[in-house]
Design a protein around this ligand. Structure first.
Ligand SMILES: CC(C)(COP(=O)(O)OP(=O)(O)OC[C@H]1O[C@@H](n2cnc3c(N)ncnc32)[C@H](O)[C@@H]1OP(=O)(O)O)[C@@H](O)C(=O)NCCC(=O)NCCS
Length: 189
C-alpha cells in the first residue's frame, strides 16, 4: 500500500528539493518555463506571460493538499537558486505506479543536476512512498531525457508510435521506460 507522504523536502549533495511557493513564479518563468529550448519535446509551449507560470504554480500548490501529489522545486543548496522542477505523477494508486517528469533551465543542463534530482526522487518514490513501478516517457528525439532515464536504471520497454502530441501540434513517437521496485532494491544491495 502506498504511504501518502506528500511532497516533503529532499536534500542531496548539491540540491534542495522543496515545495513550490507562490514567490517562485518569476524565477520559474525566467529560468525554464518561458524557454522554447526546454519545451521543445514537451506537451506545453513556452510560457509567453508570467501569469501562465503563476497559474501553473498555483495549481500545484493547491494540489499539495493531496498527500499523493509530488511536485518539487529544485534549488541549488548553496544559493537557493531555483533551477527546475521535478514530479512524480501517480498513474494508478491500486497498481502503485507513477511517472517521473522533469524540466530544468537550459543554463543548468549537463552538470548532473537532472540525474541528482531524479535519483533522489526515485529513492523517495520507492523507499518512502512505496511505488511498485516508476515509469518515464520521452519523445524519441529527446536524447538527453532518454539517456537520463537509462543512466538512472530505467529499462526501455517500448516504442509507441505517435504517442504524444507536442506543443507545436505534431505527433511524436515515444519511448517508454520503467523501473520496478524489486529491481531498484536489488541494484542497491
Ligand atoms: C532532460 C534534462 C532534465 C536533463 O537534465 P541535465 O541536468 O542536463 O542532465 P544531467 O546533467 O544530469 O545528465 C547529463 C548526462 O550525465 C549523466 N549523469 C549525470 N550524473 C550522473 C551520475 N551520477 N551517474 C550516472 N550518470 C550521470 C546523465 O545521465 C547524462 O548522460 P549522457 O552524457 O549520456 O547524456 C534537461 O535536458 C531538460 O530539462 N530538458 C528539457 C525538458 C525535458 O525535455 N524534460 C523531459 C521530458 S520527457
Amino acid at each position: 500500500m502506498l504511504l501518502d507522504a506528500g511532497t516533503q523536502s529532499i536534500e542531496t549533495a548539491r540540491l534542495l528539493l522543496r515545495r513550490f511557493e507562490r514567490g517562485d513564479a518569476k524565477n520559474a518563468f525566467r529560468h525554464w518555463c518561458s524557454d522554447p529550448k526546454v519545451t521543445r519535446y514537451l506537451k506545453w509551449s513556452a510560457h509567453q506571460h508570467l501569469l501562465q507560470t503563476e497559474q501553473t504554480l498555483n495549481y500545484w500548490i493547491k494540489e499539495y493538499r493531496d498527500p499523493c501529489c509530488f511536485h518539487w522545486a529544485v534549488t541549488l543548496k548553496g544559493t537557493g537558486e531555483l533551477i527546475g522542477g521535478i514530479s512524480l505523477i501517480v498513474k494508478d494508486r491500486f497498481d502503485e505506479r507513477a511517472e517521473i517528469g522533469y524540466s530544468f533551465g537550459s543554463a543548468y543542463w549537463g552538470q548532473g543536476y537532472g540525474h541528482e534530482a531524479a535519483e533522489a526522487v526515485l529513492r523517495y518514490g520507492f523507499e518512502r512512498v512505496g511505488f511498485n513501478r516508476i515509469e518515464g516517457i520521452c519523445a524519441v528525439a529527446n536524447l538527453s531525457s532518454a539517456r537520463l532515464l537509462e543512466h538512472l536504471g530505467l529499462r526501455r520497454e517500448g516504442l509507441h508510435l505517435k504517442m504524444c502530441r507536442l506543443s507545436d501540434g505534431s505527433f511524436t513517437d515515444c519511448y517508454s521506460y520503467g523501473l520496478l521496485a524489486e529491481d531498484y532494491f536489488r541494484s542497491r544491495q
